[in-house]
Design a protein around this ligand. Sequence first.
Ligand code: SAH
Length: 227
Amino acid sequence: MPAGEDRFERARKAMVEHQLRSRGIRDERVLTAMLTVPREQFVPVCQQAYAYDDRALPIGHGQTISQPYMVAFMLQWLAAEPSHRVLEVGAGSGYQAALLGQLAQDVYAVEIVPALAEAAAAVIARLGYANVHIIAADGSVGYPPAAPYDRIIVAAAAPELPGPLMDQLAEGGRLVAPVGGRGFQECVAATKQNGEIVTERGIGCTFVPLRGRHGWQDNDWQGGVRW
Ligand code: SAH
């Protein structure tokens, strides 16, 4: 192994080759970001040995850090550019926010569980991502102070595309979100063209529920799907 390379770096490289490239992730900027951001720093210490496994992992408070492939798929679809201002709804561990910090100019990542927001902000600060801002709030209403956004990514399943997020999308902007309920969700991309929203459906996925004003309420999540 090259001098100075630790077991996490080796696992990170293997993850990029075997979980991402081999499954068709081609965006070199996304692949480079995923080769760089130390995912093991964003999971609880007891989960670090599994940080590069091909699955989601628990991060406490009933929440998860998404499977690396799902993160890469959504980031590739989002197509964030270096000049972009990005909103992430559902910062969780802060891992995807750090990746976005490498892909875009400014990142506003909103997390509804205050303890997760605090932990995410601490890791982001320790790693020195000065362009990533973690905000403890209900992101289902977006984050008006920094709107409009060139890109919006939602990391929790929404009953439908939240209206305030569509309003806070810049002209020509793009949003990627999982839409659906327990047991049935699809990744959806929405682009704002001349004020109109054009949607595309992507792969099936499994995310925790979006909560808050435009999210699932407890009882609804147990039951059916509105999409
Ligand atoms: N992107 C995260 C994974 C997120 S899991 C990562 O890289 O680790 C989804 C997160 O969305 C959870 O932490 C959950 O608390 C949060 N969430 C759910 N509803 C929310 C809302 N209305 N506003 C902001 N965050 C929300």
